[in-house]
Design a protein around this ligand. Structure first.
Ligand code: ZN
Length: 188
């Protein structure tokens, strides 16, 4: 499926968003981004696409509540990280909340950043709800991902997977390999 500006997903696949979030997590200390925290980070990285329900609700793509609008913004990432950390603190986790907040914020925000590097759809409302303008990254090498399993396993799907391996998974792997030797436990 083509990424028509008014229909369909326009994003790297959920797997690539999750891989990017887990790679980011390796930049934190062992006792900060534990395995369960990385899983939550992966969740953060896919939550912004909850706004695809806007298509079913008839909300225009370019609307602040449309796809790539409010839920893809930096203020949303900050709010979502705050909610998540509040929930974790309620359940008595012992991790440092400031580090957790920064990680969840980065993991959520990474979604919009990757979307802003794709070749199709509309730009990202990074500053919604304060500014509904849509923005792109200056460099956009990532092919938009098709919607649905049938198109995902088509030729176009194979092309998208190869593209994401190159532009998301490979940089994530390189980042992790460079950062992991410095990852350690700490009690800052
Ligand atoms: Zn998205």
């Amino acid at each position: 499926m083509s990424a028509h500006p008014r229909s369909g997903f326009a994003m790297p696949s959920v797997f690539s968003h999750a891989v990017a979030a887990c790679a980011l997590g390796t930049a934190f200390r062992n006792n900060e981004t534990t395995a369960p925290v990385l899983v939550l980070g992966a969740l953060c990285s896919v939550v912004p696409d909850i706004d695809v329900i806007s298509f079913a609700l008839g909300i225009p793509y370019e609307h602040v509540l449309g796809h790539r609008g409010l839920t893809h913004s930096l203020p949303f990432a900050a709010a979502f990280a705050t909610i998540l950390v509040s929930l974790l603190s309620t359940f008595g986790t012992t991790q440092r909340f400031s580090a957790l907040w920064v990680y969840f914020f980065l993991a959520t925000a990474s979604h919009g950043v990757l979307d802003a590097m794709t070749t199709g759809g509309l730009g990202i409302a990074f500053f919604a709800p304060f500014d509904s303008a849509r923005y792109w990254m200056p460099w956009r090498p990532i092919l938009v991902s098709p919607i649905g399993a049938s198109s995902f396993f088509s030729d176009r799907g194979a092309q998208v997977i190869a593209n994401e391996l190159l532009w998301v998974w490979l940089p994530a792997l390189v980042f992790t390999v460079l950062v992991l030797p410095f990852r350690r436990n700490g009690t800052r």
